[in-house]
Design a protein around this ligand. Structure first.
Ligand SMILES: NC(=O)c1ccc[n+]([C@@H]2O[C@H](COP(=O)([O-])OP(=O)(O)OC[C@H]3O[C@@H](n4cnc5c(N)ncnc54)[C@H](O)[C@@H]3O)[C@@H](O)[C@H]2O)c1
Length: 254
């Protein structure tokens, strides 16, 4: 799908990989809606790229529908959804104090990363399915953001890995489901990227993380994630696939 002129939605668009994706889409001529629960940052990014801020919580259906309505009123119906919003977590299943990990933590992470992603996808897909197909036959495309932790989760990453593994697992069945509606679905599984989360770590920790990447031995740039996300949109034969973007990194147990 040609990006220029299309209406696009980016969850998590206020920060990090989502922000870079929103900026790249705008640079390529898309009309971008920044969907994020951080309303102030969403407004800031949207203003800088000539887009619209649509604050919402991806786990809350009413909030998502209101955001989709706002985006559609501003830009027309969206054909591109970049699902980038997500949170991290680290909790051992049995803590150092011998107590079981709090179940609430597992539920919170899976609820935002996996169920929130599915919620966005279903609400977007139903709207997109009603649109007329473009000249190349497609109606829409969506992308999920997993993580290499879906495959090589580290100590303490059960909740995060389960949530990202869930996104990986639903990519193909969702692509198969939505084939009849001419909507493609792909997932990117990033390795280690220089977003606020990692840039807040002490410099030596950042350096040792970077050194663990075979090549190039540096943290990924958010712009590199954004380039791949946009390539998924423009390459009409990419569908039902999970793409690692990690410089050949395979995470160690800890
Ligand atoms: N940075 C990395 O190295 C890395 C690696 C692998 C995967 N990822 C994944 O990439 C995605 C983006 O990560 P990032 O590093 O850019 O993080 P980030 O914290 O910079 O950005 C995440 C954004 O998502 C938003 N968000 C969180 N929960 C939300 C909700 N319920 N509803 C709406 N918005 C919500 C936040 O407000 C924030 O703006 C996440 O899904 C993360 O798991 C990141």
């Amino acid at each position: 799908m040609k990006i220029e002129g299309q209406a696009a939605l980016v969850t998590g668009g206020a920060s990090g990989l989502g922000e870079a994706t929103a900026r790249e889409l705008a640079r390529l001529g898309a009309k971008v809606a920044v969907l994020d629960r951080n309303a102030a940052l969403a407004e800031k990014v949207a203003a800088e790229i000539g887009g619209v801020a649509c604050p919402c919580d991806i786990t809350d259906t009413d909030s998502v529908n209101a955001a989709l309505d706002k985006a559609e009123a501003a830009h027309g119906p969206a054909r591109i959804l970049m699902n980038v919003a997500g949170i991290g977590s680290a909790k051992r299943i049995v803590g150092k104090d011998g107590n079981p990990a709090p179940l609430e933590d597992f539920v919170r992470v899976v609820n935002i990363n996996l169920i929130g992603g599915y919620n966005m996808a279903r609400l977007f897909a139903a709207r997109c399915a009603r649109l007329a197909a473009l000249d190349n036959g497609e109606k829409g495309v969506m992308l999920f953001t997993a993580s290499v932790a879906a495959f090589d989760g580290q100590v303490g990453q059960q909740a995060y890995s389960a949530s990202k593994g869930g996104l990986v697992g639903m990519t193909l069945p969702m692509a198969r489901d939505l084939a009849q509606h001419a909507i493609r679905v792909c997932t990117v599984a990033p390795g280690l990227f220089a977003t606020p989360l990692l840039l807040e770590l002490p410099e030596p920790v950042q350096q040792s993380l970077a050194a663990s990447i075979p090549f190039p031995p540096r943290l990924g740039k958010p712009s590199e994630f954004a380039e791949l996300a946009c390539h998924v949109v423009t390459n009409g034969h990419l569908n039902g696939e999970v793409i690692r973007l990690d410089g050949a990194l395979r995470m160690a147990p800890r």
